[in-house]
Structure formats: structure tokens, C-alpha cells
Design a protein around this ligand. Structure first.
Ligand code: 5CA
Length: 444
């Protein structure tokens, strides 16, 4: 892609209304454009990143056997009256009346909608478990939307729902999502820690928030820092293995402030392992048994002939929030260098030819390099403008492709000036550069 043809409206300076670095960068490089308070349009650069995140989330959901559906954004109030949440949800719910005077709402979450779908088709324990998910816009009329897309009113969420015949089976489903979340965030190059959390308006009594560390995060967290050293590489998708994986995490104290108890923390966690800091909630999972299935009459026939209400859980990932969370984790705002993880980068590499009016040789060279890259499925952005070198580098450092090739006039034979963005230049032939990037891509 040529920079001159792309819609990347870059600002010279940081916009003053943005208080945290993700919001600053997203406005600065034109990833998003505010439409009204807490509501944004996604421009090409931001949209590309969000779609790549969405793809990884989807792949990891499919791997645990969850099936993708798509429910509407607008829901009928009827099902919310059945569950009893229509009044409970309060002012965060955007309520709409249609021309027939029917009460509708813009979905803040989908427990009711999915239970309604389930109960109309599934009648027997033999069809369980069912794991269903969708990736869809949500609306919550937050009183104070802030930090750009981090706490928006309209936001993009993956929400999954599990239906099981017993508590034991439901915990198995819960643990599948627990593992799937750890793997998803790792592929996004984030370390997300599962922490015991409150359930709020979703309900239930078992819940984990997945939190990444960030000074600008809104969640206060209290942990035993040894939890950061855990991995889950040996975990299999089978009951016993998943159970021991969750136990391994739960043996360490890790809670958000709603669950914090100072006395308990100081007793359980030795001084040198205590970590009190802030983080961003990128995912949240809940187990709530028959909280929705009972009032909404979602039951199945059991083996002995009796009926029982299905046991349910729900599992959310903030797909749009993750764009900001990755920036908070990766952006060096002092030096103004963004380095996107290759798994979600808007471009794999930036080609930066030094161009002046009378000499197009560097641009020709960039175009030839691009042809080779395309053959190898490597997506490049070419800065074909005639600006000076330092402003070109500055701009590309903000756009944040993880690699750069600088194409000057000198050029030593076949060797190119290659950079891992923000690091030292190395002189390498194109074939070696393609090898490095391809290897990195295959490991995602
Ligand atoms: N029904 C459950 C699970 S699907 C649910 O809605 N959970 S939630 O309320 O915790 O939201 C899931 C995730 O969406 C959160 O972990 C967070 O990453 C993201 N999220 C929630 N509210 C917002 C918001 N206002 N702006 C951006 N992302 C949000």
C-alpha cells in the first residue's frame, strides 16, 4: 500500500483531549474518529488491527469447540422482563421505542437472547454441552465514557455462552474458556492474569477477570507476583488437565479491589511476593448456574426422565478495548515509537525510500521489494512521499509496523538497511529479511 493513497490522517501533535497513551496514539495516527461521546468510527488503520484481533479471538474460540452465531444488536424488552433484568440493569441500558410502541433496547450483553435461542431448540441432555459465541457491537450508556475506546459507550465484544447438564460439566466448560483466554492473550503478545472478581449485573458466584498490567488501567489489583511465571503449555482439553491448570493459577492470591482483604493478603502472601498495582480488564468470565435458565424456562430432559434447568456461564472479551490495551502495553510514548505485535500489526513492514523530485530510483527499488514481499504474503506500507528523512521515520514509528527497510541512494550491493522498529539497523539481503518475518509469522 502506498502511503499517499491510504487514509491515515496523521496529526502533528498529540491531541490535548487524550489523557492516556493509547487514546493519544489512536487519534494521532487516525485509527479512530469520535462520532459522539464514547462512540467512534474505525478508520482503516484501527479497523485493520481490530479485525486481526477478532480473527485470533475467533480461532481460539473455535479450537475449544465453541460455535459462532450472530445475534442482533437490537433486542426486545420481553426477554429481559422474563429474566428480571429489565429493571435491574438500570440507566446503562439504552432503551428504544419502535413505531409500534414496542419497547426495544440496544443490547449491553446477550444472556437473555441466547437463552431464548437455546430453549426453543434444545430439549435433551444428549445435545449438551453447547458452547455458542458471537462477536458483535454492544452499547452501555456509561455515565463517564473515557480514554477513547477503552471505556466506550459502543464497543465490540466477543461474548460466549455455555449450556451444561450439571455443575460438574459446567465447570469443565468454564475451564475450557479459561484456557482459551490465556492462549488468546498470549497470541496477542499480552500477559493477562486471571483474577477472582465480582460478578456485578451479570450475576453468579464464580468469576475471573483477565487483567493486563498497565499504570493507566482502571482496575486495582493485588497479587502474588509468582502467578506471572506460570504457563499452560502442557494443558490438554480434557477435564482433569483443565482442572489442574485452573488450580495452578488459583493457588496464588490474585484479586481485584472488590475482592481484596488486607489481612488475608498479608497473611497469605509473603512481603517479597506482594504486588499491588493497576491493570486493564480485557476479559471476564462468569458461572451463574440457572440464574437465566430458571426464570426463562430453559430446561432439558435428564437421563432418568426428570427435567432440570441448564447450567450456564458467559465469557466476554473486549475486542475493541484490546486495541487500546495492546498500545498501553507496547507504545514507547517518550520516543514516540509504536511496535505492534506482528500478529495484529496493521502492516508487517514499512518501506521508507528517500525520494527527491529528480530521482525516483529509491521508489522504484521499494516497489520491486514490495513485489517480492507480496509473493511471500508480507504486507508492506510504502512511504512514497517526498518529505525529509526524519519526518518519514517519525511517521512510520507512529504507524508502528514491526519492521522497517530504509532505502537510501547508497545501497551496498544486495544488502538492505533493515530495522526491527525502534532497534539498531542491520544490513541484510531481502531473502534473509523475508525469512525472518515468515518465521515470526509462522510462530504466532
Ligand atoms: N456477558 C458478560 C460476559 S460475555 C459480560 O458482558 N461481561 S463484561 O461486562 O465483563 O464485559 C466483557 C468485556 O467487555 C470486559 O472484560 C471488557 O474487556 C469489555 N468491556 C466492558 N465494558 C466496556 C466498555 N464500556 N468499553 C470497552 N470495553 C468494554
Amino acid at each position: 500500500m502506498l502511503l499517499s493513497n491510504s487514509f491515515i490522517p496523521i496529526l502533528k501533535n498529540n491531541p490535548s483531549e487524550a489523557k492516556i497513551k493509547s487514546h493519544q496514539l489512536m487519534l494521532r495516527v487516525g485509527m479512530i474518529k469520535q462520532a459522539s461521546a464514547g462512540i467512534y468510527s474505525w478508520l482503516p488503520l484501527g479497523f485493520k488491527v481490530m479485525k486481526k484481533i477478532e480473527d485470533i479471538v475467533r480461532q481460539e474460540q473455535n479450537k475449544i469447540g465453541a460455535q459462532e452465531i450472530l445475534m442482533p444488536t437490537i433486542q426486545s424488552s420481553e426477554i429481559w422482563k422474563e429474566s428480571g433484568r429489565y429493571d435491574d440493569y438500570g440507566e446503562e441500558m439504552l432503551r428504544i421505542t419502535d413505531r409500534q410502541n414496542r419497547e426495544m433496547l440496544y443490547g449491553p450483553t446477550n444472556e437473555e437472547q441466547v437463552t431464548e435461542i437455546f430453549r426453543s431448540s434444545i430439549k435433551s441432555y444428549k445435545s449438551l454441552p453447547q458452547l455458542l459465541y458471537h462477536i458483535q457491537w454492544k452499547f452501555r450508556d456509561e455515565i463517564r465514557p473515557r480514554f477513547g475506546i477503552m471505556r466506550g459507550r459502543e464497543f465490540y465484544m466477543k461474548d460466549a455462552y455455555s449450556f451444561d447438564v450439571s455443575d460438574e460439566e459446567a465447570f469443565y466448560s468454564y475451564n475450557k474458556f479459561f484456557l482459551s483466554y490465556l492462549k488468546t492473550f498470549k497470541r496477542l503478545s499480552l500477559t493477562a492474569i486471571p483474577m477472582a472478581a465480582d460478578t456485578g449485573p451479570i450475576g453468579g458466584n464464580l468469576s475471573h477477570e483477565f487483567i493486563i498490567l498497565a499504570d493507566t488501567g482502571e482496575s486495582k489489583i493485588f497479587t502474588d507476583k509468582r502467578i506471572f511465571d506460570l504457563d499452560n503449555d502442557d494443558t490438554q482439553l480434557e477435564k482433569g488437565s483443565l482442572e489442574s491448570m485452573r488450580k495452578k493459577y488459583e493457588q496464588f492470591y490474585a484479586v481485584t479491589d472488590e475482592k481484596f482483604n488486607k489481612e488475608e493478603f498479608e497473611k497469605i502472601v509473603s512481603k517479597e511476593n506482594q504486588l499491588i498495582t493497576k491493570g486493564i480488564e480485557v476479559g471476564h468470565i462468569f458461572y451463574f448456574g440457572d440464574k437465566y435458565s430458571k426464570p426463562m424456562g430453559a430446561s432439558v430432559d435428564l437421563p432418568g426422565g426428570k427435567k432440570d434447568f441448564v447450567k450456564m456461564g458467559s465469557y466476554g472479551i473486549g475486542v475493541s478495548r484490546l486495541v487500546g490495551a495492546i498500545i498501553e502495553a507496547k507504545y514507547d510514548d517518550k520516543n514516540e515509537i509504536m511496535k505492534w505485535p506482528l500478529s495484529v500489526a496493521p502492516y508487517d513492514i514499512a518501506l521508507i525510500p528517500m525520494i527527491n523530485k529528480n530521482d525516483s530510483s529509491a521508489l522504484d527499488k521499494a516497489n520491486n521489494i514490495n513485489k517480492e514481499l507480496l509473493k511471500n504474503n508480507i504486507d508492506a506500507i510504502i512511504d512514497n512521499t517526498e518529505e525529509n528523512f526524519s519526518s518519514k521515520i517519525k511517521k512510520m514509528n507512529l504507524i508502528g509496523a514491526p519492521y522497517q527497510i530504509i532505502i537510501g541512494k547508497k545501497g551496498e550491493g544486495d544488502l538492505l538497511e533493515f530495522k526491527v522498529t525502534g532497534e539498531e539497523t542491520q544490513n541484510l539481503p531481502l531473502s534473509k529479511i523475508i525469512e525472518i518475518i515468515t518465521k515470526q509469522k509462522n510462530s504466532i
